[in-house]
Design a protein around this ligand. Sequence first.
Ligand SMILES: C[S@@+](CC[C@H](N)C(=O)[O-])C[C@H]1O[C@@H](n2cnc3c(N)ncnc32)[C@H](O)[C@@H]1O
Length: 317
Amino acid sequence: MKCFETFRNRGELFFFRLRQSVRVQKSAHISHSRREMRSPAVRIASVKVFVTFALSSFLLLVFYSVCDARGRGYSPPLLTTSPVLKVRAADDSYYDCEMMATPQDFAPIRSPQTIHSIIAMKVQNKSVIELGTRNGDGISCFAQFASSAIAIEYDKTYCARLEERARLHNPPFWSVQCVDAFKYENFDADIITWWQQNPLTNFAVLKKLKEEQCAGRIRQSAEAILVFDEKWPKDMKDFALLSSVFSWQQRVNFDEYRLCATENARDNQGRDLCYRSKGVFAVASVPISQYPYFKCQEPEIFHIFFQLFIKFYKFFI
Ligand SMILES: C[S@@+](CC[C@H](N)C(=O)[O-])C[C@H]1O[C@@H](n2cnc3c(N)ncnc32)[C@H](O)[C@@H]1O
């Protein structure tokens, strides 16, 4: 409201100045016709009208854009106007994995493409490793933004498809390591990401990554990006246990119901899954160095205690 009052006051000031200038111009014009010669006062008044008009229009534009941006819930730098917002929107759609990748799977078999769009933004110009890549719907989008990308998958059928898909681009956007993630030894990257599925569980992977970091094989700044399905209790228990160490988190609506229902049209068991193909996913980052349930210097007994604590929490809560 205050913003629009300022806007209105500026508008009134503008019209007041405009009226004054017109009056000056009129009187100058009258004296001009009386004297039947062009007075410098006429020219000055015209310039004044023009300048006042231009300045006021500019001010109106600035105030409108600020009010408009505030009304949309932005806390704008000056001139977050509609055209600039459109540019922002175009920027966001730059990372639109729904548009960029032709899916082979659908949620909830894999994480939603809207989540992959956020990962795409986060891995811009960074090295990324995805654990458990399946058919590669995620990596085929976010690898395009990363400085390098590795897919780690232990299922040979998926590995073959991943290789095939990677070769569609020359040079390929990602490389494939067809191994059990727990046996892999070169995790050094800016970002390591996965969506858990037994045995690739969040706590098992985080412990492995922290051990590797303690041994000096992963850079200190490395981050793990984890995703959580809000309709999957196991994910949400992990989310609760880890939320104190998230460096950022985001909740995202998604809707892949049509894709899921079409793919599972003739399969009852598959169709039952589709209630999870629409809803909310969360995506969050754990700086590996901050992972609290494994400490580099502590004796094995602490790690056993942490594992028991996590098991106890998951069982009772
Ligand atoms: C839930 S899916 C993830 C889908 C994938 N992130 C996507 O968005 O398309 C889990 C994947 O992890 C793989 N996986 C599970 N345990 C693994 C392990 N120990 N090493 C490598 N891959 C594993 C599975 O084969 C499966 O493809």
